[in-house]
Ligand binder design. Sequence first.
Ligand code: BDR
Ligand code: CA
Length: 324
Amino acid sequence: MIVRKSNIQTFHASTEHPLPIILDGDPGHDDAIAWVLVRSRPEFRILCVTSVCGNQTIEKTTYNAGRIMALLGMDVPLAMGLAKPLFRDPIIADTVHGKTGLDGPELPEPACQPVACSAAELMAKCLEESEEPVVIVPTGPLTNVASLLLLYPELKSKIRHISLMGGGIARGNWTPAAEFNILVDPDAAKIVFESGIPITMASLDVTERALVYPEDFERIRCVGNQVASVVAGWLEFFYHFHQSLGYPGAPVHDAVAVTALLRPDILSGRDLYVQIETTGEFCRGATVGDLNRVSGKPANAYCLMDINRDAFVDLLVDAVAYYG
Ligand code: BDR
Ligand code: CA
């Protein structure tokens, strides 16, 4: 694998100086596994969690976020995101994540209720209070992050980096051209990609290579603690849908956005100028990457393209072992 160095301001989280981060997602099996990874690592200091509507309705993704936080012992504030994308009706992915948005193993009930402010307000509070710039990891549609930028433009400088799951330079998964997270709220994605904030983009180009195979589920289950057995159950459920489409394993998309901060050495990518198609007959929600540099515009995203799958699986196994 050729590792190309990015010119976008990227960095490596370190144990000496934990990175303050905000988790914004629509859990969702792969969001949940991404959060299992974050919570297991001393390189991160989680400031808050915010839910977004995507895989399921905002009520369900918020409830799921609370259940995951209870499972992982994540004692930080949780805020509910907007009930709809910025200017459009919601689209849900119940075919992939089930009726609850997180079907499969039983989970504990949330240990606490969401705070009484919006996701954008909670993010703004955390940014204001943080002494150092913060990394945001969005693993759902970008509705909350765009709202934050629209409502609090003065806080942009407090966002060090956005490491997101979304888009696909070469392909889509919800339409031929569009990936789910970007398709659901392309207007929000446009705001984020045009913000000037350094972005790492874990798109389908890389996440469909982040496959966890059935034999890996067993390796994870054999770790033998509660989180390990739940993660193995989530993977099984998630794989079921993908297997019907011919995938040899479960693509754990959202965990790649976290891996980018922890193990850039197992990923490769390239800097690209990426535009978001917000209209268009066939391509709404597409992330149009300037592969041949014909736009003359500077890159606005470091687009991940490949991953060392075995090392990614090892990272997930180590993550669940933390909960022993
Ligand atoms: C993305 O869509 C959701 O179903 C997953 O959680 C992931 O964030 C993949 O297209
Ligand atoms: Ca997600």
